[in-house]
Design a binder for this molecule. Structure first.
Ligand SMILES: CC(C)(COP(=O)(O)OP(=O)(O)OC[C@H]1O[C@@H](n2cnc3c(N)ncnc32)[C@H](O)[C@@H]1OP(=O)(O)O)[C@@H](O)C(=O)NCCC(=O)NCCS
Length: 100
């Protein structure tokens, strides 16, 4: 896991495990300032380091456009059920050409 800080204030965090980007979250007050891009670029660098599988993630639909902008492509739409609540998500992968 890793964070972006500005003068001691936490602006966002990312989480990577193997080739999977598990989380990218930005404080809403810091949205639109490039923090998410910084976190995602670092996440991809970490996740792509052994190249055994494409970098992948499962995104909530609100964030699909953000990941598409970085080159991720949707591979499957599905619905997760958490605590009885249905959450539509999209599984996305980053084609190898974007890893460098
Ligand atoms: C989605 C999120 C990570 C974006 O972070 P951010 O710091 O605002 O993003 P950036 O400022 O780096 O934006 C980078 C680009 O993505 C675009 N973008 C940002 N959020 C977007 C969204 N939800 N949908 C489509 N495009 C988006 C920006 O307009 C910008 O485009 P540009 O380069 O053409 O100007 C952030 O809004 C967030 O944490 N959302 C809530 C948590 C979440 O949904 N996380 C993902 C869960 S899977």
């Amino acid at each position: 896991m890793f964070v972006v800080e500005e003068e001691g204030t936490l602006l966002g965090f990312g989480h990577v495990e193997d080739e999977a980007v598990l989380a990218i979250f930005v404080d809403p007050d810091a949205a639109g300032r490039g923090v998410g891009s910084l976190l995602l670029a670092h996440a991809v660098q970490e996740a792509a380091s052994d190249h055994s599988r494409p970098v992948h993630l499962t995104a909530t639909l609100n964030a699909e456009g953000f990941y598409r902008g970085f080159g991720f492509e949707p591979v499957e739409h599905k619905v997760l059920v958490k605590g009885g609540v249905e959450l539509p998500v999209v599984v996305m992968e980053l084609p190898e050409r974007w890893h460098e």
